[in-house]
Design a protein around this ligand. Structure first.
Ligand code: BJW
Ligand code: ZN
Length: 243
């Protein structure tokens, strides 16, 4: 397993099709909590009580309280050097796809254009009655926000455990993974499916895989290169000097 940055930089220099798969670790240096690990959200809060469709049916006010808190927090944060470096990388690769599990919208804020948000976006809301989706950046949606068209209860436009991902977005992600030459897997624990399987898809399509993370993950053995450290430090160094 190769751990230095230079061979990966050289490979990127010669690549036409690159996919980057990101997770919460990319936004950690912006001050947004990750989900797992010592200070992760799922250490303090129970995913089954807050991030499942059953939880929302049982207690929508509790779920909205959690998401209002997250909206207020994320609304005060901005992109960090990891997001910026990935936006720069897109400018020098002819076919670039950024697949993110993050719902904070920071890749788009940093200027990334081809972004597939696998788990939705925290600023999106969806009516549970008529299905209408809108973007709403209010930090506090209240306890029981309702649809302006039909009066139905709104829910966060994110993907909870047990829910299917948007099939159109997932299809694009799988196709990009299948045909890429290099996949960078950045700041994800690689435990949540189907996102974690995209690395296998890329590997079976012949791609070179590289992981950037503070620590090893269940997918590390699959990687051609593992760079241990902060995404906000490694990615700018990687992109520096390209093309
Ligand atoms: C740094 C860093 C720094 C920190 N620099 N690195 C097959 C097998 C088993 C189970 C399943 C399966 N298929 C489906 C499932 C069920 C389930 C699942 O995967 N469960 C597993 C946990 C076991 N998946 C689903 O339910 C998905 N739906 C689905 O597959 O539908 C079909 C189906 C349903 C049911 C059964 C079978 C099929 C939906 C998953 C939705 C996930 N939703 C959440 C919440 C989104 C909304 C919100 O934000 O509130 O998405 S959960 C949470 O986890 C969030 C994240 O996007 C996701 C992934 O987390 P991520 O990004 O990896 O963060 P962390 O915290 O885990 O890791 C951070 C990493 O960063 C760490 O490694 C750090 O070391 C690192 N790091 N600082 C670099 N500075
Ligand atoms: Zn409605």
């Amino acid at each position: 397993m190769e751990t230095s940055i230079q061979p990966l930089r050289e490979a990127l220099r010669n690549a036409q099709r690159v996919v980057v798969l990101t997770g919460a670790g990319v936004s950690a240096e912006s001050g947004i909590p990750t989900f797992r690990g010592a200070e992760g959200l799922w250490k303090t809060y129970q995913a089954k009580d807050l991030a499942t469709p059953e939880a929302f049916v049982r207690d929508p006010e509790l779920v909205w309280e959690f998401y209002n808190w997250r909206r207020a927090l994320i609304g005060q944060k901005t992109c960090n050097p990891a997001h910026t470096a990935l936006a720069q990388l897109e400018n020098i690769i002819s076919e670039f796809t950024l697949i993110t599990q993050n719902v904070d919208g920071l890749h788009l804020l940093a200027g990334s254009r081809r972004v597939l948000e696998l788990h939705g976006n925290i600023w999106r809301v969806r009516c549970t009655r008529c299905g209408r989706e809108t973007m709403d950046r209010s930090p506090d949606m209240g306890k029981r926000p309702t649809c302006t068209v039909c009066g139905g209860l709104l829910r966060p436009g994110v993907v909870w455990f047990g829910e299917s991902l948007d099939p159109h977005i997932l299809h694009q992600a799988v196709e990009a993974a299948r045909s890429c030459q290099i996949m960078l897997v950045v700041g994800t624990s690689s435990v949540v499916q189907p996102a974690a399987s995209l690395a296998f898809t890329a590997k079976s399509g012949g791609a070179m895989l590289a992981e950037i993370n503070l620590e090893q993950t269940p997918n590390s053995d699959l990687m051609d290169r593992v760079l241990l450290g902060k995404a906000g430090e490694i990615l700018p160094r990687l992109v520096e000097g390209l093309p």
